[in-house]
Design a protein around this ligand. Structure first.
Ligand code: ATP
Ligand code: MG
Length: 483
């Protein structure tokens, strides 16, 4: 501090006292006289980042941000004139180039016998920044709330004190019209509203959030199914019971789901029905071919034998003709037998699943030349007829697939009962089915297997290993209603 020769005796002491006081203040204090700093306290030096010596030679305006200089001066002047009473703000530029927000007052004083200005300043940068980020946060919050498609409301004792834009889309109410109203108007009636409210508050007492579906009502009166998520505001549910609830309209979604389930169910029933019709039809045709044609052929055969004994011995060509006819009838009998068995192995009905499967294995070996190792140990009698048919048809499809696609030389078949389940495992040593082929929506044979197994509440597992082979495992619980 510059010292001038004093023309007042008490001045050095007063000046010292003033300086001590000023330096101990938590606000910046400085005196300007004739456009120069005359005194700057420690706090002010600290704000500006300059030393006292530096500041004494500076233009006081140079520490104010250029954009704020004019208004700061204007405000200071009006305050000095007594026109303005409130502190004014400006941005201070520190020596290091940082900006600090300052609130300031200016008072006219007499300093060393001459007119001067005493200013006291406060650094409010931190408050300013907090306020700024708070404002940003609030803006962010409301834009998030308005961007999400679910209706969001804030409740206090069941009254709405906040609603986002999507409320209008979900419920038809304008957000502004809802403030202060009871949330009951979102529900179908008082009773349900009370139940929902009770459920909410009791749940939120012991958990922070929850999700549940409830029926609600649109402004225009139609019902909407909403998935509601709720959470309490704060650690505990206070007396004001402040909570946030989001409503997602899932009416359409639920309807589509139900439609899908029911059409799937219909398709499943239809396919089960068609299968059983086909099975019955095949059985009938197989029996008819077997019985009718079989009997006629036997009759023809007997007639031919009768004829043979009565032929004139002299005519050898006639005897030969009859011989040929008898051979033809024999092969026709075989064909009839084969055709009817393929339609529906009568074995399956007469001798049971294992016998029918054994016959199928023999057939397969003869027809394809692929070695087949069958291990069929289970008691037929306990297997329901329809379930036996299911297993047999699945087995047929599996063998057909091996013959057509696998390029295998060896097949292993195992049928066994494990606990309450009937298990069929068929594995080949062929090229191996790929996961894509297993799940392909155009694999109708495999789909048919799955469909049949599903009807019995069983499971299908198909595993292929490239160049190692394919394994199909069927598990079906017994003593369950089928079709
Ligand atoms: N044992 C197997 N080894 C290798 N590939 C197989 C085997 N079984 C099936 N696949 C593959 O999986 C595909 C789907 O089989 P799926 O039985 O569904 O149809 P498909 O036999 O081609 O026709 P279909 O509808 O007449 O049964 C087959 O085309 C074949 O590529
Ligand atoms: Mg197939």
């Amino acid at each position: 501090m510059r010292r001038k020769t004093s023309h007042h005796k008490a001045e050095p002491y007063e000046e010292k006292l003033f300086k001590t006081l000023a330096d101990n203040l938590q606000v910046g204090v400085y005196i300007i006289q004739k456009g120069k700093f005359q005194f700057i306290n420690l706090q002010m030096q600290d704000y500006a980042g300059y030393t006292e010596a530096e500041m004494l030679t500076m233009d006081p305006l140079s520490i104010i941000h250029p954009g704020d200089r004019e208004t700061a001066v204007k405000n200071a002047v009006s305050m000095l004139k007594g026109v303005r009473v409130a502190p004014y703000g400006y941005r201070l530029m520190t020596k290091q180039g940082q900006i600090r927000w300052i609130m300031e007052t200016a008072t006219p004083i007499v300093f060393k016998g001459e007119k001067a200005v005493l200013s006291s300043s406060m650094d409010i940068t931190e408050q300013k920044e907090t306020k700024e980020s708070l404002r940003e946060l609030n803006a962010l919050k409301s834009s998030i709330l308005d961007a999400i498609p679910q209706a969001v409301v804030g409740l206090q004792n069941r009254r709405i004190n906040f609603a986002n834009d999507a409320v209008e889309e979900v419920f038809g109410w304008r957000p502004g019209d809802l403030i202060g109203k009871s949330v009951t108007l979102f529900y179908r009636n008082e009773k349900e509203a009370d139940e929902i409210g009770r459920y909410f508050y009791t749940t939120l007492e012991h958990q922070r959030t929850f999700v549940r579906e409830f029926w609600c009502r649109h402004k225009d009166g139609h019902d909407i199914l909403c998935r509601m998520r709720s959470s309490r505001i704060g650690e505990r549910l206070t007396k004001e019971r402040r909570i946030v609830v989001t409503y997602e309209d899932i009416t359409e979604q639920r309807r589509a789901e139900e439609e899908l389930t029911s059409s799937r169910e219909q398709l499943r029933n239809l396919s089960a029905y068609l299968q059983s019709v086909r099975e019955k039809e095949s059985t009938r045709i197989a029996r008819e071919i077997h019985d009718e044609l079989g009997q006629s052929l036997s009759a023809i055969q007997m007639d031919l034998i009768w004829l043979e004994t009565r032929l004139p011995a002299a005519d050898a060509s006639l005897a030969e003709k009859v011989q040929r006819m008898r051979r033809l009838v024999d092969t026709t009998v075989d064909s009839v037998h084969r055709i009817s068995t393929e339609l529906r192995p009568i074995l399956l009905d007469d001798l049971g699943l294992t016998a029918a499967m054994e016959w199928q294995v023999q057939e397969f070996q003869v027809r394809t030349g692929v070695q087949c190792e069958a291990n069929l140990n289970c008691n037929d009698n306990s297997i329901e007829k329809d379930l036996a048919t299911t297993f047999f048809r699945i087995f047929q499809e599996t063998l057909t697939n091996i013959a057509r696609h696998a390029e295998a030389t060896h097949v292993k078949v195992r049928l066994a009962r494990k606990g309450d389940e009937l298990c069929l495992d068929v594995s080949d040593n062929g090229k191996g089915i790929t996961p894509k082929q297993v799940s392909d929506t155009k694999s109708f044979g495999i789909m048919g297997i799955r469909e049949r197994v599903n009807l019995w509440g069983g499971s299908v597992n198909i595993i292929g290993k490239s160049k190692k082979g394919t394994m199909i495992k069927i598990r079906i619980p017994m003593r369950r209603g089928g079709y």
